[in-house]
Design a protein around this ligand. Structure first.
Ligand SMILES: Cc1ncc(COP(=O)(O)O)c(C=O)c1O
Length: 405
């Protein structure tokens, strides 16, 4: 008789965004005449850049010819993309990452959800609170997070590092020593960042304690402030203790096209064993490569036209972020993030619970956002709006919020 992985039964409720979708669907069904503005899910809305589309087309044509047809991609990804990333994302920032330390994948969600496989079963993980839910849930599925307590909304086996206003949205070093630390900056959901000095503290800590940092830099392209690191490898010693995960989803609109990568420096070792070798083994066994046409399109993101066009898309979203930030401040809200990230994190008014604020925005102003509580207990009392909507809708939403104040 087969048995199931009972760890799945320990996972609480449905995924945050399904709950939101259900609430919005119920409201829309009951109020079909209302115009809903969605500033909730972190999905891009602009179409792919022309340089990307052009390369997609030409790559499709290559697949139609015997002489240029491609079958399975190399395990680690095509050399043309890996060397472009090594040069453009790392060498140009003074980071020594070589092409063969880069593993091309179908996105940062799969990589951040799968990476824990290469660590011991009893690995203690630490996460910021609030947090992108994938890190915790994927470890829970592997039986590593202990028991979920609905009262505290915490897993017994996870070390939580609160990131709230009181902490300046900078996680404090944990009191118990973790083995693996998940950090995501610019942060989803808070939209805040760490300076290089602040990140260096984590790198030094990880090296001292023999921990590994999994650094999710999916929103790197949104950084414009000086002093904010684009890669953890800008910090001294990070090659020995950090894995970096990146995505083409938010810098180039590949959310539906799927492309990302993970960097594991060969210097990162447990005894004599390189984590690089383990991930290479895992990749070779369980992943058969991102499609050629998508990797070719990914390379086009780094072309001069690709850079220009995707840069304009990011500027468009960041204009929205500014509209949201300024609109909320004008309406009297306390606002964080939205400067180096497409997320704006606001304090709910009058100690309102974040799901109550969700209902208020949906029912009174017909705006959909994301309750902070959905990202962890320290997200209670906060709310996330995203800059990924259209400029028109973003302005309209802010007019509604300002008028309601
Ligand atoms: C922090 C973070 N990491 C990873 C992802 C997923 O990226 P991808 O589309 O490459 O899977 C997201 C998406 O919202 C995210 O917010």
């Amino acid at each position: 008789m087969f048995r199931i992985n009972e760890n799945y039964l320990k996972l609480p409720g449905s995924y945050l965004f399904s709950t939101i979708a259900k609430k919005v669907a119920a409201y829309t069904e009951a109020n079909p005449e209302k115009e809903i503005i969605r500033l909730g899910i972190g999905d891009v809305t602009l179409p792919l850049a022309p340089a990307v589309i052009k390369r997609l087309h030409s790559a499709v044509e290559e697949m139609a010819e015997q002489s240029t047809f491609k079958g399975y991609a190399p395990d680690l990804g095509y050399e043309f993309l890996r060397s472009t990333i090594a040069k453009e994302d790392y060498e140009k920032r003074g980071c020594k990452i070589s092409a063969d330390e880069i593993f091309i994948s179908d996105g940062a969600k799969s990589d951040s959800g799968n990476i824990a496989e290469i660590f011991a079963e009893d690995t203690r993980i630490a996460v910021t609170d609030p947090v992108y839910p994938v890190y915790v849930d994927s470890n829970a599925m592997a039986g590593r997070s202990g028991i979920y307590d609905p009262a505290t909304e915490k897993w017994s086996g996870v070390i939580y590092m609160p990131c709230t206003k009181e902490y300046g949205f900078v996680p404090e070093l944990p009191k118990e020593v973790p083995d693996v630390i998940y950090l995501c900056f610019p942060n989803n959901p808070t939209g805040t960042t760490l300076t290089k000095e602040q990140l260096q503290v984590w790198v030094d800590y990880a090296r001292k304690e023999g921990a590994v940092i999994i650094y999710d830099a999916a929103y790197e392209a949104y950084i414009s402030s000086p002093g904010v690191p684009h890669s953890i490898y800008e910090c001294e010693g990070a090659y020995e203790c950090a894995i970096e995960i990146r995505s083409f989803s938010k810098n180039a609109g590949f959310t539906g096209t799927r492309l990302g990568f993970t960097v594991i420096p060969k210097e990162l070792k447990c005894g004599d064993v390189m984590l690089h070798s383990l991930w290479a083994r895992r990749h070779g066994t369980k992943f058969n490569g991102a499609p050629y046409i998508i990797q070719a399109a990914g390379e086009a993101v780094y072309s001069p036209e690709g850079r220009k066009e995707t840069g304009e898309q990011i500027a468009y979203y960041m204009d929205n972020a500014k509209v949201i930030r300024e609109g909320l401040v004008e309406a009297g809200y306390e606002v964080f993030g939205g400067v180096d990230a497409p997320y704006i994190w606001l304090k709910t008014p009058d100690q309102m619970k974040s799901w109550d604020f969700f209902d208020y925005l949906l029912e009174e102003l017909n705006i959909v956002g994301t309750p902070g509580a959905g990202f962890g207990p320290s997200g209670e009392g906060y709310f996330r709006l995203t800059a990924f909507g259209s400029a028109e809708n973003t302005k309209k939403a802010m007019e509604r919020i300002k008028a309601a104040k």
